[in-house]
Design a binder for this molecule. Structure first.
Ligand code: NDP
Ligand code: GDR
Length: 360
């Protein structure tokens, strides 16, 4: 139908992926609605910063205050918005924190998904809406690498367990009620808009501050952990592609390349011309400027998790074949983009007068 504008609803729109996805869908001509958690909505300076950084204003989006765990209000929202596509991105997304707040993690990451699936049924929207469920490589947990759609799930955190429950809820509602719901099993994806508590952004922010003259030492947890790191901009396109398929299905999105946290640190410091020399082991390990000997990185057990996932490396062959999805950004581009964005951010905060807009 020519001139028909699709409507999409994004839960978690104020998060990293929500911002990039909203930007992507607006460019595709969608009406974009977003669910924003009530306290982020009330404190736009904090919670809505990413949307502003991406140049997304109230005029481009319709935002709704709410909470995915409040089933009745989720139903009411779907009734009002009547979207053709729902992207369920809302989550307590910090794996380490999920050990401290396991019940809240299960509430948000599982009951939230159930609220949406049940609302689709209650409103008889099974045939009119397609849903994306933000599943995660954390569901693979300790399963040996490389992981793909057929790898057995062995989650090792409350976060991974909650996401796995949602994955199965989505599959169950798909099989039982014919809902067009697809799970994207996404490996780590980062960007300049990544939350500052995730390891990549913590590193790139520290590197930019050290370059700007701060004396800070970057304190990290498990340096040996290996992840398959891609760019959020590529991954939101994959989410959209999943919902354009005639049949719902489950897909891994990953770059197929994996690096340790230690390698991320090295590559990030290389962006500012510093080579890191490592010495010591375990909690005694340190990273110093190879030229000056200055201490740059130390290990702090406060950032260890009760149980960590050691090696995630995705095989996205299915998405490549069925969706024609391939990432444009790989590790080096990602690290460069994030460090440069943090340098620009600091420069701007220090009074630089260029109009700053995220490039990542
Ligand atoms: P973020 O943490 O940046 O964004 C999650 C968003 O969910 C935040 O805006 C948060 O709001 C919102 N939220 C939290 N609780 C609720 C709630 N009760 N009701 C409504 N909204 C809520 O995560 P990402 O953008 O990185 O990830 C998007 C999704 O993809 C998440 O589900 C994550 O678990 C999953 N995922 C992410 C991967 C990644 O590498 N980035 C990989 C695989 C899966 P507020 O801002 O107010 O806290
Ligand atoms: P992850 O991302 O747990 O993979 O979950 P995170 O960046 O938090 O950790 C990655 C690895 O780095 C190690 N690490 C540290 N992590 C943090 N946050 N802070 C540190 O100081 C630190 N030092 C070392 C961690 O132990 C871990 O091994 C992300 C989230 O986006 C999830 O929502 C998503 O589902 C998965 O990616 C795929």
């Amino acid at each position: 139908m020519s001139g028909f504008k699709k409507t999409a609803l994004i839960t978690g729109i104020a998060g990293q992926d929500g911002g990039y996805l909203a930007e992507f869908l607006i460019k595709k001509g969608y009406n974009v609605h977003g669910l924003v958690r009530w306290d982020s909505y009330m404190n736009p300076a904090d919670g809505m910063a990413r949307l502003a950084m991406l140049g997304l204003t109230d005029a481009a989006l319709t935002l709704h205050q709410g909470d995915v765990t409040d089933a009745q209000s989720v139903t009411q929202l779907l009734k009002e918005v009547r979207p053709q596509e729902i992207y369920n991105l809302a989550a307590m997304s910090q794996v380490g924190v999920s050990f401290k707040t396991p019940a809240a993690t299960l509430d948000i990451n599982t009951k939230g998904t159930l609220a949406i699936l049940d609302s689709i049924r209650l409103l008889d929207m099974e045939r009119s809406v397609r849903m994306y469920q933000a599943s995660s490589s954390e569901m693979f947990g300790s399963a040996p690498a490389p992981q793909d759609e057929n790898t057995p799930f062995m989650p090792c955190s409350p976060y991974g367990v909650a996401k796995l429950a949602s994955y199965w809820l989505a599959r169950t509602y798909r099989d039982a009620y014919g809902i067009h719901v697809s799970n994207g099993i996404l490996f780590n994806h980062e960007s300049p808009a990544r939350g500052e508590d995730f390891v990549t952004r913590k590193i790139t922010k520290a590197v930019a501050s050290i370059e700007a003259g701060s004396r800070e030492v970057l304190r990290l947890g498990n340096l040996d952990s290996i992840r398959d790191w891609g760019h959020a901009r590529d991954y939101v396109e994959g989410m959209w592609l999943m919902l354009q398929q005639e049949r719902p299905d489950d897909y891994v999105l990953a770059t197929g390349q994996a690096y340790s946290v230690r390698e991320f640190v090295e590559r990030a410091f290389e962006q500012i011309g510093i080579q890191v020399a490592w010495s010591g082991t375990g909690v005694e390990e340190t990273g110093r400027d190879k030229r000056t000997g200055r201490l740059l990185v130390s290990v702090d057990p406060a950032f260890f998790r009760p149980k960590d996932v050691n090696h995630l490396l995705g095989n996205a062959r299915k998405a490549q074949d069925a969706l024609n999805w391939l990432p444009k950004y790989y590790f080096d581009d990602l690290v460069a983009d994030m460090v440069n964005a943090d340098r620009m951010l600091l420069w701007r905060e220090a009074g630089g007068d260029a109009v700053w807009k995220m490039t990542g």
